[in-house]
Design a binder for this molecule. Structure first.
Ligand SMILES: O=C(O)CCC(=O)C(=O)O
Ligand SMILES: [Fe+2]
Length: 366
């Protein structure tokens, strides 16, 4: 993936934004009430740290943090955080390499016939309005697809994730990544509390942002190769959240910006995978994927795990995925306990559907 040079916004426009941000910074300094503000402004007043204001103001609105800054606290010892069967045990060296690089894998997970059958189910599910959100979406179909859930509950995945993240795990989100022939790249990105998505409101609130508090599991349902846009990582870049430079071509859905880091093509790791393999990574490591230059769909999905002490969408009735232009009502949403027990009870838990309520017959012709 190449890095295009971002274009700056006009000076006058930036100056207006600058005045707005300065105004909000003073509002915050003076501890004035924030409840009547429009939600995105309220979010800035409530959730932006001083270094976030500092970068926007100091760069005259050419740069910003799009996630709450944090610095990765590497554990001092690499012993597993959960006891698991020997079949899935990670060595201290493997756990160290995860913390060093920000990702681990690929591992074998599923058979050819399993992935083919899941692709069939998900292909029609994603074309119908979701039972939970009542919109057509690639998000959180695990809540309504027992087959997808069965993949996600695989001990090959959870027992490994538990050794890195801890024994008690919640799934808070999943997403299909079906990349059609000609499908675009997903630009280099990283995330920590997922603040960018919802008008700068964090989706996750962990006890300590600097600790590892989230893992993404990415499962290839068809071969993922450089040619069809496999995942790509820049190892060891999870140590801190970077700033972005505004402008540039549309990259991550509808948001125009480029992540700021020293791009060295020699450091890129192409995570080529066979169908049925999976990889586990910290969303904080810089990653992305290239365009699909092949004639076949690249089928994959991911899901995201947190320990039970993380608060998910706290106090929110809706999640606005602004980069996707979609608003998700959280009325029927809940986290799913994937492993262990939830001693914290911070989040609403749901039992995912055990049957496919939407049947192929009658609902979808095509
Ligand atoms: O599937 C892709 O191309 C990108 C996936 C990704 O960014 C993620 O799983 O966090
Ligand atoms: Fe990602």
């Amino acid at each position: 993936m190449l890095i295009p040079e971002p274009r700056e916004r006009p000076f006058g426009q930036r100056t207006l934004y600058l005045l707005g941000v300065l105004f909000l910074a003073f509002w915050k300094i003076l501890h004035l009430p924030i409840s009547f503000w429009w939600p995105p402004v309220r979010s800035i007043l409530k959730n932006w740290t001083w270094s976030m204001y500092g970068v926007v103001i100091g760069s005259w609105v050419t740069r910003a943090y799009i996630d709450q800054p944090c610095v990765y606290k590497k554990p001092s010892d690499f012993s597993p955080k959960a006891n698991v069967d020997s079949e899935y045990r990670l060595s201290a060296e493997e756990i160290r390499s995860f913390h060093e690089n920000g990702f681990i894998g690929p591992f074998d997970g599923f058979s050819e016939s399993d992935v083919k059958s899941l692709i069939r189910v998900l292909t029609w599910k994603r074309r119908l309005p979701s039972e939970n959100f009542h919109i057509v979406t690639d998000r959180d179909l695990h809540l309504e697809s027992p087959q997808m859930m069965e993949f996600m509950r695989s001990p090959a995945i959870l027992e490994r994730a538990a050794q890195i993240l801890g024994p008690n795990l919640l799934c808070w989100r999943s997403q299909l990544f079906f990349k059609s022939p000609g499908g675009r790249e997903i630009q280099w990105h990283q995330a920590s509390t997922y603040m960018l998505e919802d008008y700068l409101q964090p989706a996750l609130v962990p006890p300590d942002r600097n600790e590892l508090f989230q893992l993404t599991v990415w499962i290839a349902l068809s071969p993922a190769k450089l040619e069809n846009g496999c995942l790509q990582f820049i190892p060891s870049t999870h140590e801190r959240v970077r700033t972005i430079k505004f402008g540039g071509p549309d990259g991550f859905y509808k948001v125009n910006f480029q992540l700021e880091f020293d791009y060295d093509p020699a450091k890129v790791v192409n995570a080529e995978m066979k169908a049925g393999q999976f990889i586990i990574f910290s969303e904080r490591v810089i990653h992305g994927s290239g365009p699909n230059r092949s004639s076949e769909m690249r089928y994959a999905f991911n899901y995201r795990l947190v320990p039970t002490d993380v608060r998910i969408y706290p106090g929110q009735s809706h999640h606005n995925a602004m980069h996707m232009g979609q608003s998700y009502s959280l009325e029927n949403w809940g986290a799913v306990l994937m492993r262990g027990a939830d001693q914290f009870c911070h989040n609403r838990l749901v039992a995912p559907s055990r049957t496919d309520r939407q049947s192929l017959a009658g609902k979808f012709n095509g």
